[in-house]
Write a protein that binds this ligand. Structure first.
Ligand SMILES: Cc1cc2nc3c(=O)[nH]c(=O)nc-3n(C[C@H](O)[C@H](O)[C@H](O)COP(=O)(O)OP(=O)(O)OC[C@H]3O[C@@H](n4cnc5c(N)ncnc54)[C@H](O)[C@@H]3O)c2cc1C
Length: 461
């Protein structure tokens, strides 16, 4: 694509539209918007703008589309695959100032929000009505970024990911046209699901300016347990059986020994340093929770659990989930001076144990320091690779391990990315994963964005 550079006259148009304070070409703002949380190198945008209304977003896109200037939406910049990096320069559309809650409808279990609101901040407000939005990535991401990446988290095993919890979107297309897609009904069979085309499209088809989310009541009662195993494969076999037992957990996470060691040290916990499952059930009665936990114990013991610690109290449980959310940050803190790649794949739950074994062997085979953990109940595995990314020998081994792990997940009927999206890093796997349907995706991209100005350089190899 031959994009144009931003000119003085483009800047004048934008300053007239937004005011000088919401248009920046300042070095520090450009640098702040040149990197996300990945190992990918940074790319400087030419300017950053902070829209406040849908009308402003529409007018910015009209101008950029006419002028052939790339536009990349930006939420909190917490992506892990280079998703919001402005690889072709151009304009960063930062949603920090479009972060309002527009309407809460507690009786309908719904909220309308602007895309720049961070989900943890939103949940604090919603908790006053006893409600919460379930998808919970580890970082305090924005709703717009979560929609764009189809993010999920610890609660997905019970409540689904973003795509299961978004009811309606307002989207601005690259031509500036504003459309609304979806419904306030909790189900619909009405025509093509454009809604789900935008969810996970990483800001390449349209820019989300309003979102209606589905909410749940905060569960009154919970029971949690920490289960120790001698091997991470045994832990994942227990996960498989638990998922088949009909007693769906509210969270089911696996962490290998090395990850537990790091979160003990960095998070000041005192967990036994063995492969571990964190599990939680939520429900309305103590009796049913007790039954769920008893069944979980039977399953874990049947899979050689070395210890089953039920009765985890609220404070300890919150600490555990906080530590799990922060596992990646803790690993980074634990290795000052090193760089990190987080490999994210998902496989059918029946193959999870084999996938873990393969990933473990792959990093060992390549002599790489790695940490394994994941949303086991969803078949989602993360492998964090730590090393010196300036060392070309290491980078070669890292990339080979990454390719082997992702390709193996694909060969098992899995996906190259369970929740982090394609961004830059997973583009090379898209042909292998999607085959001929990738051509259809390219045609869809062309239909929505014929000039290719929206978040160019992402998704397609
Ligand atoms: C420590 C840590 C833990 C994490 N854990 C998880 C996890 O458990 N699960 C998970 O899913 N992810 C996880 N992530 C990844 C990340 O938080 C998610 O991908 C999140 O959805 C990114 O949201 P963001 O607001 O930071 O968006 P950004 O990173 O700013 O952008 C993400 C994408 O959204 C696009 N975008 C942003 N706003 C809009 C908009 N309004 N309209 C259209 N496109 C838009 C951007 O162009 C980009 O393509 C983790 C990240 C970190 C750093």
């Amino acid at each position: 694509m031959n994009f144009n550079r931003v000119t003085e006259s483009d800047l004048t148009v934008l300053r007239n539209l937004l005011g000088v304070e919401r248009v920046s070409t300042g070095k520090s703002e450009l640098e702040l918007h040149s990197v996300d949380e990945t190992y990918h190198r940074g790319y400087l945008p030419e300017l950053v703008v902070w829209p406040k209304t849908t009308e402003e977003v529409s007018r910015i896109l009209v101008m950029a589309n006419e002028r052939m200037i790339p536009v990349t939406p930006w939420g909190a910049g917490s992506s892990l695959e280079g998703n919001p990096l402005p690889v072709c320069g151009g304009i960063i559309l930062d949603f920090r100032q479009m972060d309002g809650i527009l309407a809460v409808r507690p009786d309908a279990f719904q909220v309308d929000v602007q895309p720049g609101i961070k989900y943890q901040d939103m949940n604090r407000v919603l908790s006053r009505d006893g409600l919460f939005y379930a998808p919970d990535p580890g970082a305090n991401a924005t709703i717009g970024g979560m929609v764009a990446n189809n993010a999920s988290g610890i609660r997905t095993v019970k409540y689904g990911g973003t795509k299961d919890n978004v009811l309606k979107l307002e989207v601005v297309l690259p031509t500036g046209e504003v459309i609304r897609t979806g419904t306030h009904a909790h189900k619909s069979s009405s025509a093509y699901h454009l809604l789900h085309l935008f969810i996970g499209s990483e800001g390449t088809l349209g820019v989300v300016t309003e979102v209606t989310l589905r909410l749940f009541g905060i569960p009154e009662k919970f029971s949690a347990a920490i289960v120790r195993f001698d091997s991470v494969e045994d832990a994942s076999k227990a996960v498989y059986e638990m998922m088949g037992s009909g007693r769906g957990p509210a969270a089911l996470e696996v962490l290998d020994r090395e990850t537990i060691r790091v979160i003990n040290q960095e998070g000041h916990l005192r967990l036994s340093e063995t492969p571990t499952l964190f599990l939680e059930f939520t429900g309305a009665s103590e009796i049913s929770l007790k039954e769920d936990l008893n069944r979980a114990r039977e399953i874990c013991e049947g899979n050689q659990a070395a210890g089953f610690q039920p009765g985890v109290g609220r404070e300890e449980r919150n600490q555990l989930w906080e530590a799990r959310h922060q596992a990646y940050e803790f690993i980074k803190r634990h290795h000052p001076g090193l760089s990190f790649m987080i490999i994210d794949t998902a496989v059918p739950i029946s193959r999870y144990s084999a996938m873990i074994r393969f990933a473990k062997e792959a990093i060992e085979r390549h002599g790489i320091k790695g940490y394994l953990f994941g949303h086991a109940g969803d078949g989602n595995l993360h492998v964090v690779v730590a090393g010196d990314f300036e060392d070309s020998g290491f980078v070669e081994r890292r990339d080979r391990a990454n390719e082997e792990i992702v390709s193996h997940a694909l060969s098992m009927g899995g996906t190259a990315t369970g929740e982090h999206g394609v961004g830059i890093g997973k583009r090379k796997f898209m042909t292998q994963e999607h085959g001929a349907s990738l051509r259809v995706m390219k045609r869809i991209k062309h239909l929505f964005d014929p000039k290719g100005i929206l978040n160019p350089g992402k998704i397609f190899p």
